[in-house]
Design a protein around this ligand. Structure first.
Ligand SMILES: Cc1ncc(C[n+]2csc(CCOP(=O)(O)OP(=O)(O)O)c2C)c(N)n1
Ligand SMILES: [Mg+2]
Length: 319
């Protein structure tokens, strides 16, 4: 595979960072430090990390309500992310957006989004702009299995295909839209089959294997950059926690949860990197220590940041 040692460690590091961020977000939400909703990405790290390892800062992503992993994988800063979750003025949206509205346009992060499926037309628009302006940027659109049933999905894939836009639609199929299993919402098993309707490549991969994701995404990114148009990449995965924090996941079968936890992407990838001689125990521990340090700093930054002033209530909220 066309991937270097540093890039492999980089993907692993991003996955650790996402998992640690989500674990802290879980604890802080339970401790009432974080208001509003949080939808945790734990379990799905290989998708964001494997895909974004193919992107540069000039490329774009659109994210979802479950967006922390995408933002971290694209280089989002932990301090501003954590402060935004806290609703503090040091956050990405000065504390007024929260978890589902984090964006960093300079890093190509066009935004998390609380509207399911809303990222798809935004991604098609960003890709249209890149084509029109003749830059070589590509756009990656992350969305869920549930979002693949929305009209926005079908319109966006059709338009992207008709206009040969440089966009990669990445479906994170964690099998559930809130409590609804995929089988109750569609009559197909592989969402990548839908690519055929639009005359574009569609591929399904193991979304808990960052190398499978990386390789498939690389092909789609290369294709988009060359001007050959969009692709649909489906990554089968599993969210470890509830739909949102507070959801008991009563609708998941315990045996499914156990089976998927045994396919946790992080220990699996760690084992592989150790077998390849790329990492060893002390190196893994050093990566964990660095992530823990950065997260402690981010939490401290969020704690110390003030809430937005009441006089700022209407600033930046209307255009
Ligand atoms: C247009 C719209 N309809 C419904 C909702 C409520 N809602 C929030 S998340 C969600 C499920 C999304 O499922 P999926 O796309 O599979 O993403 P996942 O949560 O599994 O990551 C729904 C229905 C919404 N936010 N927006
Ligand atoms: Mg889902």
């Amino acid at each position: 595979m066309d991937i270097g040692k540093e890039q492999l460690i980089g993907i692993f590091d991003k996955m650790l960072r996402i998992r640690a961020f989500e674990q802290k977000a879980k604890e802080l939400f339970a401790g009432q430090k974080i208001p509003g909703f949080v939808h945790l990405y734990a379990g799905e790290e290989a998708v964001a990390a494997g895909v974004c390892a193919n992107l540069t800062v000039k490329d774009y992503i659109t994210s979802t309500h479950r967006g922390h992993g995408h933002l971290i994988a694209k280089g989002g800063r932990l301090n501003e992310m954590m402060a935004e979750l806290f609703g503090k003025s040091g956050g990405y949206c000065k504390g007024k957006g929260g978890s589902m509205h984090i964006a960093d346009v300079e890093l190509g992060i066009l935004g998390a989004n609380g509207i399911v499926g809303a990222g798809q037309p935004i991604a098609a628009g960003a890709a249209f702009a890149s084509k029109y302006l003749k830059t070589d940027a590509v756009t990656v659109c992350f969305f869920g299995d549930g979002a693949s049933n929305r009209g926005t999905f079908h319109e966006s894939l059709n338009l992207a295909s008709a206009f040969k836009l440089p966009v990669i639609f990445v479906c994170e199929n964690n099998q559930y839209g809130i409590s609804n299993h995929q089988s109750t919402a569609m009559n197909i098993l592989d969402i990548s089959d839908r690519a055929k309707s639009y005359g574009i490549p569609g591929l399904t991969v193991d979304g808990n294997d960052p190398l499978a994701v990386f390789e498939a995404a690389k092909e789609a990114v290369d294709r988009a950059r060359k001007g050959d148009g969009p692709s649909l990449l489906e990554c089968k995965t599993w969210r470890h926690h509830g739909h949102f924090e507070g959801d008991s996941s009563f609708y998941k079968k315990p045996e499914d949860q156990t089976a998927w936890l045994s396919k946790d992407p992080i220990p699996r990838f760690e084992k592989k990197l150790i077998e390849l001689g790329i990492l060893d125990g002390p190196k893994v521990a050093a990566l964990h220590a660095e992530v823990d340090k950065e997260l402690a700093e981010a939490i401290d930054f969020a704690e110390r940041s003030p809430y937005p002033a009441v006089s700022e209530l209407l600033t930046d909220v209307l255009a």
